[in-house]
Design a protein around this ligand. Structure first.
Ligand code: MLT
Length: 266
């Protein structure tokens, strides 16, 4: 059952499990906190895990026609305030990574360490922005089935699509379960996001970068760029995973996460 917080004029749903130092898990687009199930189970032995639904996703309210990465980052900060957490490890996958970078820019003193998975620092191209607006309009007019149909071939690695029917079904279910208004607002927010490349050299907390070797949306080359620009960062490639590497290869993803988090406690 989701926990609920009312803040910043919206209702935020989140999962919370375990005790210890806090780790916040930020999901991708157009998913929800359930994508972190395996990570929540594995980390909550040693950490206090908090996984919110970002605005417009899952059980969190839709608010307005544009949901910027900064607003989502402020929601996360508000939730941490509500939970009396001053500092946390921040983990973001894809759009969650955009939010994690926006969070670092605004609230760097609250970030103990960063994990950036299947994400990128650069802003959209003009073509990318136009495509997002088109998808936003179609999602509002036709519903999320078309978003699922157009995204799924790119989200998952060929091996996942062919041999892991349950992963395919789980990802599809998250997409079609997203409110089209929330998806459209996030698409417009992602289209408006700033380039964060200049922030990377300023990241002075332990950082792990994770990418699926088959990720075609935010490919390994993006991860390598972040790794080169974030001093002291670690890079782990998840063999055979696509863009949703934590769901496609949870054991490998959890191993990378677990080793990195253990290194913070030494
Ligand atoms: C995501 O998985 O969050 C999205 O693919 C990110 C994006 O569309 O840029």
């Amino acid at each position: 059952m989701a926990k609920l917080a009312r803040l910043r004029g919206i209702k935020i749903a989140y999962d919370e499990a375990g005790e210890g130092a806090p780790v916040v898990l930020l999901h991708g687009f157009p998913f929800n906190r359930s994508m972190w199930r395996e990570q929540t189970d594995s980390l909550s032995n040693a950490w206090r895990v908090i996984a919110p639904d970002l605005r417009g996703h899952g059980e969190t309210s839709v608010a307005g026609e544009v949901a910027t990465m900064e607003e989502m980052a402020e929601d996360v900060a508000g939730l941490l305030d509500e939970l009396n957490i001053s500092r946390a490890v921040v983990v973001g996958l894809s759009m969650g990574g955009y939010v994690a970078l926006a969070f670092f820019r605004k609230f760097r003193e609250r970030v103990r360490a960063l994990i950036l998975a299947d994400t990128r620092p650069q802003a959209d191209t003009d073509d990318g922005r136009r495509a997002r607006e088109e998808t936003a309009r179609r999602a509002l007019a036709e519903g999320m089935g078309m978003v699922a149909d157009s995204m799924l071939p790119k989200l998952l690695a060929p091996l996942t699509r062919e041999h892991k029917a349950e992963v395919f079904a789980r990802v599809r279910e998250m997409i079609v379960g997203t409110d089209p208004r929330g998806a459209a607002a996030a698409l417009r927010g992602m289209a408006a996001r700033r380039d964060q490349t200049d922030l990377l050299p300023e990241i002075n907390v332990p950082t792990l970068i994770v990418v699926g070797t088959e990720d075609v949306l935010t490919p390994p080359s993006d991860a390598e760029t972040m790794h080169a620009k974030i001093e002291g960062s670690r890079l782990v490639k998840i063999e055979g995973a696509g863009h949703v590497s934590n769901v496609e290869r949870p054991e490998d993803f959890n191993r990378a996460l677990g080793e990195f988090l253990a290194s913070l406690q030494r």
